[in-house]
Structures are given as C-alpha cells and as structure tokens.
Design a protein around this ligand. Structure first.
Ligand SMILES: Cc1ncc(C[n+]2csc(CCOP(=O)(O)OP(=O)(O)O)c2C)c(N)n1
Ligand SMILES: [Mg+2]
Length: 432
C-alpha cells in the first residue's frame, strides 16, 4: 500500500510572507511568478558609496562623521603628503637607473592612509604592493623605505633580495608583499583564523587584506572569500578600486556592480566608500574592523578611487587613457586637496603650515635618498642564506659553487660584473 511518508516528513516551513511557504532547510520563500534579478540592492540602482566630505572638503549635511581631533587630522594629512613626496623622488630615482622599479600611490592617498589609521597598529596587514602608506603610518620610516628600494645593507625586508616596493616587517605586522596577484587573499583568511585561535590575540586583532579590483578577477579572490565565509575569522578585506588593472579599465574588468556586489554572495557584510574622502574611509573601515572583531567574521570594504599615476615605472598609461582625463581627475577629485580644505575650514591648517610641511618632507626624503644611495649592499654570499631553515640543502650549495666559478672567470675582467660586484659590502670577496 502506498504510504505518503514524504508528504509527512518534509513539511515546508510556514512563512508569514507567502502563502506557498519556504523550500525546506532554507529561508527562500516559494513564489509563483517567474522573476529574474541582477542587483544586490533589490532595485536597479547601484550599491551606494559612503562619503562624509564633499568635493571641496565640506561635511555633507547629516553625514556620519568619524570621531577625529586636530592631532589625528594633522597626522592623517602629513602622511597623505609624505606618500607623494616619497613617490615622486623614488619614481625619478628609478628613471635615473639607481633603482630597478617603483609603484606610486598617486590618487590613492585617502584610501591607504584612511585605512591605515582605522586599523590597530598590531593588526596583521597583507598588502598587494601599493600600500607603502600603511607602513609609513606605523612608523616604518623613510630610511627603511629607501633601504628596501635600493636593496642596501640596511634593508630589513629582505636584505636586498626582493624587487623594490616588496616591503615586509614582522615588527610592523606587515606581511611581505608577493607580486603574484591575489595570493594574499586566501592567505588572509588563514591569518584571520590563526588570530582567532591565538589566546593572546583573539578579540584584539584582525587580519586586514588589501587588493585591487583587477586582482579580484583571480580565482584566489573567490577561494579566499569562500574560505573566509565558511570558516569564520576576523579578516577584513579592503578592495582598492582605482579604475585600472594596468591597462584594463574596470569597465572591462567585471560586468557586475564592482567588487562590493560579491560580498553578499559570500554572506559577508559589505560597504562601499568614497576612497578619495579620507574621513569616509576612516569611518567605514573603523566600523568594518569593529564588526569583524565583534562577530569574528569577514567584512568587505570597497574603496573607490582613481589611479592617477602610471601603473608602475614599467608602464606608460597615456598609451591607453587620455592625458586630459588624468589631469581632470587630479584637479576635480584630489583626496589631498579635499582633506586640506576641510582642515582649513576647521582652523586646523593654513598656508604657512602647508609650505613648511612640504619643505620639511622634501628635505627629509632627499636626505634619506642620499644616505641610501651611498650605502653598500649586503654581502653577496647572503644571496644564498635564509632560503631554508635547518641544514643547507644540496641545491643551494651547488648554486653557490656555480656563482663562485663564474666570479673567478668574469669577476675581475668583465666590466658589467666588475661594476656590480663593487656595490656589495665586501665587493664579492666573501665568495671569491
Ligand atoms: C597572477 C598574476 N597575473 C598577472 C600579473 C601582472 N600584473 C601585475 S599588477 C596587475 C594589475 C593589477 O591591478 P589591480 O589589482 O587593480 O591593482 P592596481 O595595480 O590597480 O593597484 C597585473 C595584471 C601578476 N602580477 N600576477
Ligand atoms: Mg586597480
């Protein structure tokens, strides 16, 4: 005899909203009209962008301003000014052939410094490569920046064995940059989980992961988001949407509503902020940090800005965008100018202080540059150290022997080798 067991055991959950109830084990209401959707806002409008200062630095009426006093405002502004001062010198130094590479933060000063200020100094930061400002905010210092970019004997990031701008500092809780895109995104989910498991740091610190909108097209973005959403941990994802991934404009990077629209798909609290408004970034990331710490779950912030500089010293962006577009953005929506106008309106800044700051920063950066330029590199033999823990393996020994024999052959006779050797502390004598 047929017994309607299924009808009894799989009872649809009663819903107050629909007569048809819900699918079992879900909160999805059953409906009888066929409706497609392609928006996370529930209407055809885009996800909004949070801002507190208008284009000329005036607080927007009714805006949720972050708590900020004059000394914090001045610290924000000084760091926002330090970034382009350093960037301009390093960019020119690369052009002179003194360093091999540089990437500037021009146009993203509000996003990077605002985010740095919203974090706890001991939060673990996993950057992409354009986040030097976080290290500056944490007191890494311009001598350290120069040492890494020159790869001299004072480079604490990697003893001169990494490309410029690949900073790292355990002391400043800044994980070493690795340029294969998006690798930091799943790693950050793991760092957040490690913090959650650490009795000393649970409830105190988060992992903060920066990435560009281009990097978010990598599979690692999705792997990382899924990991963070299914194994909850205090990981804050900060998408820097600067409009370009080298020559690919964001209009060709994705068809959806930016990076923010992907957060809800992973069940992650998400907000979009005006990245050129340092106070909106500060307020948005402070709240995002509070949430991720309190809930022990990932949060996503998308900061909208515009990459005013070329992608790197290897790029000429005028090959794929109009010079006038860049000049317009610099003029119309400059994060530094917007914040300066706000500071002046509060009586916290004036033209004399502006002039004095610019002169001081330039002098400090030039002094650090000259110092770094004069310092030798580490010992050449250190090329082979710190690769593996424990006993040195055969392949490293073999590579050292190979270099030694090449040095014997070319070191004192072939001009390019002679010049390069002269840059190391003992001029290669430790290997010869
Ligand atoms: C896996 C991988 N693919 C390609 C590259 C080359 N690459 C370096 S930066 C970059 C663009 C990244 O753009 P975005 O993530 O938007 O960051 P932005 O440079 O704008 O800050 C590309 C394609 C790379 N480093 N790694
Ligand atoms: Mg980008």
């Amino acid at each position: 005899m047929f017994r309607p067991v299924l009808a009894r055991t799989i009872q649809p959950r009663r819903s107050l909203h629909t007569a048809l109830g819900n699918l079992p084990h879900t909160t999805s209401p059953l409906v009888s009209n066929l409706t497609f959707f392609n928006s996370v806002t529930g209407s055809n409008e885009s996800i909004p962008t949070f801002r507190v200062l208008d284009g000329v630095g005036k607080p927007v009426e009714g805006a949720q301003m972050p708590e900020i006093d004059q000394s914090l405002a001045r610290r924000l502004y000084e760091n926002m000014q330090l970034l382009p001062t350093l960037d301009t010198v390093l960019y020119n130094v690369q052009r002179q052939g003194k360093i091999s590479f540089h990437m500037t933060s021009h146009g993203e000063e509000g996003t990077i410094i605002g985010a740095a200020a919203a974090l706890d100094p001991e939060d673990e930061v996993l950057g992409q490569y354009r986040e030097m400002g976080v290290l500056l905010w944490r007191g890494f210092g311009i001598d350290n920046v120069m040492a890494q970019c020159f790869g001299n004997q004072e480079d604490t990031s990697g003893k001169g064995r990494q490309m410029p701008v690949h900073f790292g500092s355990p002391k400043h809780h800044f994980h070493t940059i690795s340029s294969p895109l998006a690798t930091q995104i799943p790693q950050a989910a793991g760092v957040g989980y490690a913090l959650k498991r650490s009795p000393e740091r649970r409830g105190r610190n988060i992992a903060a992961c920066f990435f560009g909108e281009g990097a978010a097209s990598e599979g690692d973005f999705h792997a990382g988001m899924l990991l963070a959403s299914t194994i909850p941990a205090p990981t804050l994802y900060i998408a820097r949407n600067n409009g370009f991934a080298i020559s690919t404009p964001s209009s060709e990077q994705y068809a959806g509503d930016g990076i923010a629209s992907r957060g809800p798909g992973y069940g992650i609290d998400t907000v979009r902020v005006d990245g050129n408004d340092v106070l909106a970034v500060l307020a948005g990331i402070r709240e995002a940090r509070r949430r991720t710490l309190e809930q022990g779950r990932a949060v996503l912030v998308e900061a909208m800005s515009y990459r005013v500089g070329h992608h790197s010293t290897s790029d000429d962006s005028f090959a794929y965008r109009q010079r006038s577009e860049v000049e317009d953005r610099k003029r119309i929506d400059n994060p530094i100018v917007r914040f300066r106008l706000f500071m002046e309106s509060q009586g916290w800044w004036n033209a004399d202080e502006e002039e004095a700051l610019k002169a001081r920063l330039k002098a400090d950066v030039m002094k650090a540059f000259k110092r770094a330029d004069a310092l030798p590199r580490c010992e050449l033999g250190e090329l082979f150290t710190d690769v593996y823990g424990g006993e040195e393996p055969w392949n490293i020994r073999e590579q050292r022997e190979e270099l030694k024999s090449l040095l014997k052959k070319y070191g004192s006779t072939w001009e390019p080798w002679k010049t390069e050797l002269g840059k190391f502390r003992s001029k290669g004598a430790d290997l010869i």
